[in-house]
Design a protein around this ligand. Structure first.
Ligand code: PLP
Length: 390
């Protein structure tokens, strides 16, 4: 038995930023103290800065779905109609949450691997002028497809509806002009591009969204946006927060500010391109039929293969955890993540490992073919930058 380092290569949880892990060790701190208020306030301020928004940003101690639920339960009233763009498992989650709270859903479904177009959203808004909200994923993590939230934001802004964007894997992987594009509500999660463990969710709210909170009558208790905002202004969270995760968040946000949000996004986009070029060069097919997301690349398993074999082989041979497909996509695709704390060396290793696994099971590829494609993307980007600086 040789050394096999455990590597998290899934699109959430993602690899952890070491500085954030170290910061968590200082969590023997009480949350109703000046020391903690400073940590909390700095985190809220830095979140706002890296998200580039003037809107309020609030934090919940839940996984991302908690903030998704908060958007529904705080901003809508019994029986209201909403439009849900559903292009995968997370789009289906919007539909499920909305229905759980008794909302009437108009579902714009896209086949797995495709995106819902801006035109369909515009048509649905025209056909349903009483729609009070439009829900979408910026990046649909289950299929590796991105939505045109800028285009959608423009059409939603002309209506009474609010635009609610699950950007849980969109943040840090694609540009999001929250204020400029009319993204009324944006939801994020800690275990994605924020490079820290699961357990925190983020939500931003525009003035148009806040107006809704004044009249909305759906029941909620733990996830109370108005209460959370009032407490946040005092530097506190409504309930006992995860002090460990907030310390981690503070460290991760410092790191993100240091490298710059635009560079974090560019990093994900470059790694995504390198991954796509590599798998194509190996003769594999991408699952995305529309704009591929930069958060995760979904790849079809070779014909006749169960993608679970690739997942299992990554774990057994290289200690690496990659993602299978979700739901009916399970066994058909595997997903390579590149959001947050991933670098080119990770991608080179993943592709090299993939070449070995393909060869081991009767899908012959020439060693180095995929790696070379990824190296080429690195070389073009890095050498161009170095030449520009010289
Ligand atoms: C990870 C993820 C979520 C949130 O899932 P949780 O398990 O609640 O954190 C929601 N939407 C998308 C697109 C995601 O990638």
């Amino acid at each position: 038995m040789h050394i096999r380092k455990q590597r998290l290569l899934t699109p959430g949880p993602t690899p952890l930023y070491p500085g954030a892990l170290q910061a968590m060790m200082a969590s023997d701190i009480h949350h109703r103290t000046e020391d903690f208020r400073r940590v909390y306030q700095a985190a809220l301020r830095d979140l706002k800065e890296v998200l580039g928004t003037s809107h309020d940003v609030l934090v919940f101690c839940s996984s991302g779905t908690g903030a998704m639920e908060a958007a529904v339960s705080n901003l809508f009233s019994r029986g209201e109609k909403v439009i849900c763009c559903s292009a995968g498992k997370f789009g289906e989650r919007w539909v499920e949450i909305a229905r759980a709270f008794g909302l009437e859903t108009v579902v714009l479904e896209a086949e797995y691997g495709r995106a819902v177009s801006v035109e369909r959203v515009a048509e649905a808004l025209a056909a349903h002028p009483d729609a009070r909200g439009v829900f979408v994923q910026a990046s649909e993590t289950s299929t590796g497809v991105a939505h045109d939230v800028r285009g959608m934001g423009e059409v939603v802004a002309r209506t009474e509806a609010i635009f609610v964007v699950d950007a849980i894997t969109g943040i840090g992987t694609m540009p999001l002009d929250i204020d400029g594009w009319g993204l009324d509500v944006v939801v994020g999660g800690s275990q994605k591009a924020f490079m820290i463990p699961p357990g925190l969710s983020f939500i931003t709210l525009s003035p148009k969204a806040w107006q809704r909170a004044e009249t909305a009558n759906l029941p909620h208790y733990y996830f109370d946006l108005k209460k959370e905002k009032k407490n946040a202004e005092k530097g506190e969270s409504s309930w006992t927060p995860s002090t460990a995760l907030l310390l981690a968040l503070g460290a991760a946000l410092n790191y993100i500010k240091q490298i710059g949000m635009d560079k974090l996004i560019e990093n994900a986009q470059l790694l995504a391109r390198a991954t796509r070029e590599a798998v194509r060069e190996l003769g594999l097919e991408l699952f995305a039929q529309d704009t591929p997301a930069a958060s995760v690349t979904a790849v079809k398993a070779p014909a006749g293969w169960d993608s679970g074999l690739i997942v299992k082989e990554f774990r057994n041979r290289f200690g690496a955890i990659i993602a299978n497909g979700q739901g009916v996509m399970r066994g058909k695709i595997f997903r390579i993540a590149h959001l947050g704390y991933f670098d080119f060396a990770d991608i080179f290793a993943i592709i090299a490992g993939l070449e070995i696994i393909l060869n081991a099971h009767g899908f012959p590829v020439r060693y180095g073919t995929g790696v070379a494609a990824a190296q080429k993307v690195y070389a073009e980007a890095a050498f161009a930058r170095e030449a520009a600086l010289a």
